[in-house]
Design a protein around this ligand. Structure first.
Ligand code: UD1
Length: 389
């Protein structure tokens, strides 16, 4: 291994948007522990301090070796810009493996570049959090997931249900590896620190009583009728309990565009939270209302009731676990409020931290072990680049 971060590393990690950072961090740390040289690419899909840099600080992620500075744009523009900016980096670096996580535009864009350059660079794609399927092709993330999985040489699963999805799509079984949930690795690592922050207290909320709301899916926030109904439901709920609403920039823009700000007068609206503050808020909430995939999993790991403002979820394990429930489509105020009451009253069956298979804080370790075994490297050797994996 060399000290020069720009020298060729055998494994290249990609992070682009907020939900990627907590998935990449434990993999980077596990590679460090194993002494395996790796580089980190930040595409710049998310760029605000609150959406990006604060996560690097909270998670102890190192400064990216390559920052593509791509920023926002239409799906086509953003995906194309990542591809164009990433291609020369990959051609120069030629890692053995490109590790992409999750389902954002940066995930697909980098996987596609690597797949097309395979003959030239020899780089193979590994997809972490493979096989999740909502079955809803209107979601940009569903397109990103399916295509990334099709391009990947190894597909790391966070839950076993994903295996059936991949097999049904014709993915060969020998490419599928159960790893567990890397995001839960990060949650485990930081939970004590996050609890100690007491974020709810600092915001004047009573631990165990408030609702934590987040919203950013285009299907919910780009549609004025849906956004109005959901905000009305939050407003009604705020008559019963405190509602804190860290607002995503996309949502803020849409609330302004549709002039819905008055519906939020009773809510505690705050900017997007950093990782630790958010985890602190989740851990002491009475209920979380969200359309985020990550929060469905984090609440499941913590046994916090969750109401998901979506028609379906690509994460059925969160429903089976008893913590999460879906509200139907289109959303309506009474339905959302009833789901919240049901969720709070239901006292979810919660087996405890680490009870779900692979949600045990060791998923990244299993991923790194896979690379080591494939490379037939002895532990501690960084010479994956020279191997024929
Ligand atoms: C993206 C992901 C989504 C993920 C979400 C988490 C895709 C297709 N979507 O959605 O899966 O759940 O991130 O946040 O990749 N903006 C800022 N500052 C930033 C980033 C974005 O103000 O740092 C604003 C811009 O106006 C931008 C809008 O948010 O146009 C949307 O950002 P974008 O990255 O396109 O998608 P997200 O909605 O964040």
């Amino acid at each position: 291994m060399t000290d020069d971060p720009r020298s060729r590393a055998s494994i290249m990690l990609v992070a682009g948007a907020r939900p990627n950072f907590m998935k990449v961090a434990p993999i980077a740390a596990a590679l460090d522990r194993a002494g395996i040289a790796h580089s980190l690419v930040h595409t710049g899909q998310h760029y605000d301090d609150a959406m990006s840099d604060s996560f690097f600080r909270d998670l102890g992620l190192r400064v990216p070796d390559f920052h593509l500075g791509v920023g926002s744009g239409s799906h086509a523009a953003q995906t194309a810009n990542v591809m164009q900016a990433f291609e020369p980096v990959l051609l120069e670096q030629r890692p053995s493996w490109l590790v992409v996580v999750g389902d954002v535009n940066s995930t697909l864009a980098c996987a596609l570049v690597a797949a097309k350059l395979r003959g030239e660079t020899g780089t193979r794609v590994a997809h972490v959090e493979a096989g999740l399927r909502s079955g809803d092709w209107r979601m940009p993330e569903e397109i990103n997931r399916v295509l990334t999985d099709r391009l990947a040489h190894v597909l790391f699963l966070s839950s076993h249900d994903a295996r059936e999805n991949l097999l049904a799509e014709g993915i060969p079984e020998d490419r599928i590896v159960f790893a567990g949930n890397v995001m839960v690795d990060t949650l485990f690592l930081h939970l004590t620190r996050a609890r100690a922050i007491g974020r709810a207290d600092a915001l004047g909320l009573t631990a165990g009583e408030y609702a934590l709301a987040t919203l950013h899916r285009p299907s919910n926030v780009d549609d004025p009728a849906a956004l109005r109904v959901i905000l009305e439901a939050f407003g009604e709920l705020s008559k019963e309990r405190g509602v804190v609403f860290p607002m995503h920039p996309r949502t803020r823009a849409m609330v302004e565009r549709f002039e819905l700000g008055r519906l939020m007068e009773r809510l505690l609206v705050i900017p997007p939270e950093g990782y630790l503050d958010m985890l602190s808020l989740v851990a002491t909430a009475a209920v979380v209302i969200t359309d985020s995939g990550g929060l469905q999993e984090e609440t499941t790991a913590l046994g916090i009731p969750c109401v998901t403002v979506r028609e379906q979820t690509e994460r059925p394990i969160t429903i089976a676990g008893g913590t999460n429930r879906l509200v139907g489509w289109p959303p309506n105020v009474i339905g959302i409020l009833q789901s919240v009451r049901d969720a709070v009253d239901a006292r979810p069956t919660y087996a405890g931290l680490g009870a779900l298979e692979g949600w045990d804080g060791r998923a990244a370790e299993r991923i790194v072990r896979y690379f080591e075994e494939r490379a037939k490297c002895r532990t501690g050797s960084a010479d994956l680049a020279a191997s024929t994996i």
